[in-house]
Design a protein around this ligand. Structure first.
Ligand SMILES: NC(=O)c1ccc[n+]([C@@H]2O[C@H](COP(=O)([O-])OP(=O)(O)OC[C@H]3O[C@@H](n4cnc5c(N)ncnc54)[C@H](O)[C@@H]3O)[C@@H](O)[C@H]2O)c1
Ligand SMILES: [Zn+2]
Ligand SMILES: [Zn+2]
Length: 344
């Protein structure tokens, strides 16, 4: 079968691999129908993910149809259309029992797909712990609508959950890339009074308005004065840092009001500085981490009921044989690309 493989730093290639087979009773084999490319795939390509294993098939965002299941897979069956979770997790260890599935202690736990084990940019994938790693897609939800459920939409949902954002709040989201937009969509479900999006790219600011018409948008140059003038409590009640740029961590805490929560979704190339003397007396709470992607069923139900729609994020569609062109476009942010869909 055709697979897109991490060969070496800076080099992925489309090549033939044998079709995966079930080796554990909790495995399932899924025939991929639609996949996407994530910023994390680019991090692997450029050698920023030390755990990534050369020779693995990349990709961890996809939907497909269950082809085969092991004897202990009871929650899904052959023929089910499923969303694939970025995280595979045992469901039984200390962390899994508390919902912290990103920290599952199994050797295949956490983000393994397309990093340490063969991923989804292929015709077929083997998913360990299929009972928790796959979620059945409701009949009225299309592949395109379900494409981001297991990864960036789970991230937005998790970030909103841990933020505690609620009615009456002003929430600031820094960065309107795919993950920031998913965070915006999920935060809107909690009906805060105001949603402010700070993004440097004008087209992405426009897209933020499209996916959430009530959102206010502002450029990074203007955000501090905008917040100072328009937030009577001295800043936003909740800040989501989803940009991961040079100065955005600093921007995040500066735009927060005293006693606010700052959720750091972004991953950085370099260590960040927490200038405690400068923020003394602001009494901020910082929350950080990798997504705990264990609420895919809730997210799919919200999609089925028309409460979440991430299809405007799909700006381009490619055939699998053209995946290199898709990477080139996504990586170089050409032609207003936000997310690509790859038909397999
Ligand atoms: N915690 C997790 O589990 C998790 C999951 C997914 C993504 N992430 C991280 O979230 C971040 C965003 O991911 P993405 O896929 O949306 O990537 P992205 O690079 O497409 O998005 C970043 C956005 O921030 C904007 N930006 C850059 N500098 C800015 C500034 N100074 N002010 C405002 N906006 C600015 C960019 O124009 C871009 O739209 C990345 O750091 C990614 O690694 C974390
Ligand atoms: Zn991802
Ligand atoms: Zn576990």
């Amino acid at each position: 079968m055709l697979s897109y493989v991490y060969k070496d730093k800076g080099h992925f290639a489309l090549e033939e691999k044998p079709r995966p087979v079930i080796t554990d009773s909790k495995d399932a084999i899924v025939k991929i129908t639609l996949a996407s490319i994530c910023t994390s795939d680019l991090h692997i390509k450029h050698g920023y993910v030390p755990r990534a294993v050369k020779g693995i098939t990349v990709g961890h965002e996809a939907v497909g149809v269950v082809e085969e299941v092991g004897a202990e897979v009871t929650d899904i069956k052959v023929g089910d259309r499923v969303a694939i979770n970025v995280e595979t997790f045992c469901g039984e260890c200390f962390f899994c029992k508390r919902g912290y599935v990103n920290n599952c202690t199994d050797k295949n736990g956490g983000w393994a797909l397309g990093c340490r084990i063969d991923g989804v940019q292929a015709e077929y994938v083997k998913v360990p712990f299929a009972n928790t790693g796959l979620t059945k897609i409701p009949d009225n939800v299309s592949d395109e609508e379900a494409l981001f459920v297991g990864d960036i939409l789970s991230t937005g949902y998790w970030a909103t959950d841990i933020s505690g954002v609620q009615k009456g709040d002003t929430a600031l989201i820094i960065g309107a890339g795919p993950t920031g937009l998913c965070t915006l969509i999920c935060a809107a479900l909690r009906s805060p009074e105001r949603l402010i999006v700070c993004e440097k790219d004008e087209r992405r600011r426009e897209l933020a308005k499209k996916v959430c018409p009530a959102a206010e948008t502002v450029s990074p140059e203007q955000v501090e004065s905008y917040i100072k003038e328009s937030c009577p409590r001295g800043g936003a009640d909740v800040v989501f840092e989803v940009a991961g740029a040079e100065n955005t961590f600093g921007l995040a805490w500066k735009c927060a009001r005293p006693n606010a929560t700052v959720v750091v979704v972004a991953m950085y190339d370099k260590p960040q500085i927490l200038p405690l003397p400068d923020m003394y007396g602001k009494n901020l709470t910082f929350k950080t981490g990798g997504v705990d992607g264990c609420k895919c069923d809730e997210i799919l139900s919200l999609i089925a009921h028309g409460r979440i729609d991430t299809t405007p994020l799909i700006t381009h569609t490619f055939a699998f044989k053209d995946i290199e062109k898709a990477y080139d476009l996504f990586e170089n942010r050409r032609d207003g690309v936000v997310k690509v869909a790859i038909k397999i």
